[in-house]
Design a protein around this ligand. Structure first.
Ligand code: MN
Length: 207
């Protein structure tokens, strides 16, 4: 009985997603220290807060994406959004491989060319959107209902799922994502991220 009560009271609905690589795997683009804080502290805090906020509410029955789509503006949306955003974020990277041009392939590459003209133009647009987002937030490559790709700026915990779009690639431009490694140089951090994007993961998110 006591054991059951402890298990029940300690059951977390949402758990910290495991990193698909070691904490130092993304160096020198993202340091071990940044990963340890960003994943182990910031994301863990969002997960913990989300679990408190959904407890004994109808949101307890929903998956993360449903919560983000249905929650009103405020703490629930912010924490659910940040759990979804960071889950997508940490999954989409892999270690930099020297001597390899890291570019999208296949259907994703074709969709990028169609929407932006070229991969280079897409990168320019994503970098400009990241530099131009005032304050904290995210810049997403997203796919709309018609299958068309766009770069979307979202303040704070925003995610294009609230528009019914599919988030494909997300750049976190909150200072906690880069300040340890790049200080105030957000643009340098974003430009370096291209080395570690796992385009297979991004491509598999397309509908
Ligand atoms: Mn973050």
């Amino acid at each position: 009985m006591l054991t059951q009560m402890i298990i029940t009271s300690m059951t977390a609905l949402f758990v910290l997603p495991e990193l698909p690589y070691k904490a130092d795997a993304l160096e020198p683009v993202i340091s071990r220290e940044t990963i340890e804080y960003h994943h182990g502290k910031h994301l863990q805090a969002y997960v913990n807060t989300l679990n408190v906020l959904v407890k004994d509410t109808p949101y307890e029955q929903m998956n993360l994406e449903e919560i983000v789509r249905k929650a009103p503006e405020g703490p629930l949306f912010n924490n659910a959004g940040q759990v979804l955003n960071h889950t997508l974020y940490f999954e989409q990277f892999r270690e930099a491989k020297s001597g390899e041009e890291n570019v999208p392939q296949g259907r994703l590459a074709a969709a990028i060319d169609q929407a932006f003209g070229s991969f280079a133009e897409f990168k320019t647009k994503m970098e400009a959107a990241s530099a131009g987002l005032f304050g904290s937030g995210w810049v997403w490559l997203a796919q709309d209902d018609a299958g068309h790709l766009s770069v979307v700026q979202c303040p704070n915990a925003g995610n294009p799922v609230t528009k019914g779009w599919v988030p494909l690639l997300g750049f976190d431009v909150w200072e906690h994502a880069y300040y340890v490694d790049y200080r105030n140089r957000r643009a340098d951090h974003v430009a370096a991220l291209w080395q570690i994007v796992d385009w297979d993961v991004v491509g598999h998110r397309m509908k």
